[in-house]
Write a protein that binds this ligand. Structure first.
Ligand SMILES: [Cu+2]
Length: 409
């Protein structure tokens, strides 16, 4: 039945039918510890890094961070079968892909994959480019825990539906790690507070990158390298490409941009993906691409990482003096508009919410979208409300100074 649909869509998008296939990926989710991270001095981190993550059941028995690379060809019908044996509900959100609502992986508008459930996500790869997938359940937490990965739609040796020929490609999947979230006990952590303890490039830090030949970017005179950059962090990722390299931005967010931009400094914002074409007339050694993580509010550099070019024993320069270590990023919209912040989590929820109110003794009520009041009372500094008696739906939390939307699944 699905093949009938594919044939219709091939005609619409003009995709080459000869190479298009049905690709099935079998994913599962686990909660477990992953390998040891390395600090800026090359010392292993003593902490066991507790993470959530995806793995491909045909290849692995246990997840890694990031999750498996999903690589398909333009025109493919892609099916990701997802089994969730972990004690938490999860989804797979296909970030940047044009999928229908059912396959979008946002639990409130698509569906939850609860413990023991199996579900499948399906789409047709109609645009060549660089994308990402991630869990959309309590996203800041599940994202921080490691539930993300790259999704690449290939089109032979060109990209963006036949634009930008290359003979070599390299992926930089940039993510980050706040140590506090990966301890066994995370009670008391404010989900708006993300610290940058580790920069991860394709899941590796510092010496782990420089010692791994797969992480070295290869670029010789005559080569054209497509550099795919994915920002899966809460920071601006500023890439500085060495001057002896010609760098052209050709695509953004899985699409060709209207006109190429020639630049050696590229700011990639959270959730964005860039396609860069790199060429050089020189024989390059002792060079690296610098990636600086800038705080979203202050725009100041916090941490820097390097991607060696053509060199297998790179040594990173010492950290710059002006770097603010462990700068805290708080998403706090309410204080910007002059209201004291009201923190509600988890949202969406299945059983309960915790409300943290920094005003003293605020009156609250929880209303459904018809205005019916289900719960009301007074808030102290922090309150846990049991929502077990409420039917599934969308509710409004109203306090004396603001309204907040809550989703109950
Ligand atoms: Cu999840």
């Amino acid at each position: 039945m699905n093949f009938y649909k594919i044939i219709v869509l091939f005609a619409v998008f003009g995709v080459n039918q000869v190479f298009a296939q049905k690709k099935v990926f079998s994913f599962s989710a686990t909660m477990n510890t992953i390998g040891v991270l390395e600090d800026a001095n090359g010392q292993p981190d003593s902490m066991l890094n507790w993470t959530f993550g995806y793995f491909n059941t045909e290849i692995d028995k246990q997840h890694d961070v990031p999750g498996p690379l999903v690589e398909v060809n333009l025109g493919d019908t892609v099916v990701i079968e997802f089994y969730n044996p972990s004690p938490e509900g999860h989804t797979i959100h296909l970030h940047g892909l044009d999928v229908d609502q059912r396959n979008d992986g946002v639990p409130s508008t698509s569906f939850f994959v609860l413990t023991g459930d199996t579900a499948s996500y399906e789409f047709i790869a109609t645009k060549a480019g660089t994308f990402m997938y991630h869990c959309h359940v309590t996203t800041p937490l599940h994202f921080q825990m490691g539930m993300y990965g790259a999704l690449i739609v290939k089109n032979g040796n060109s990209t963006y539906n036949n634009y930008g020929k290359f003979n070599n490609e390299h992926l930089l999947f940039l993510s980050e790690f706040d140590r506090r979230y990966h301890a066994m006990d995370i009670t008391g952590i404010d989900l708006r507070d993300m610290r940058l303890d580790y920069i991860l490039v394709n899941g590796k830090t510092h010496g782990q990158i420089y010692r791994d030949s797969n992480e070295v970017l290869s670029l010789k005179p005559g080569d054209t390298c497509l550099l795919r950059v994915v920002n899966a962090t809460y920071s601006i990722n500023r890439l500085t490409i060495p001057n002896e390299i010609n760098c052209k931005i050709i695509g953004s967010d899985g699409r060709k941009i209207p006109a190429d931009i020639v630049t050696n400094t590229i700011d990639v914002y959270p959730g964005e993906r860039y396609g860069l074409l790199l060429t050089t007339a020189n024989v390059i050694d002792s060079a690296a691409i610098e990636i600086c993580y800038l705080n979203m509010r202050t725009q100041k550099g916090t941490k820097t990482e390097y991607i060696p070019i053509n060199e297998y024993a790179f040594v990173a320069p010492p950290e710059k003096k002006n770097i603010e270590d462990n700068d805290t990023v708080k998403t706090d919209i309410t204080s910007r508009i002059g209201i004291k912040p009201l923190l509600v989590y988890p949202n969406p929820t299945m059983r309960f919410i915790i409300i943290e109110d920094f005003e003293q003794e605020t009156k609250f009520s929880i209303l459904d979208l018809n205005g019916k009041c289900w719960l009301k009372g007074e808030l102290g500094k922090s309150k846990r409300l049991d929502l077990g008696a409420l039917p599934d739906g969308i509710y409004i939390l109203s306090t004396s100074h603001q309204n907040t939307l809550i989703l109950k699944e």
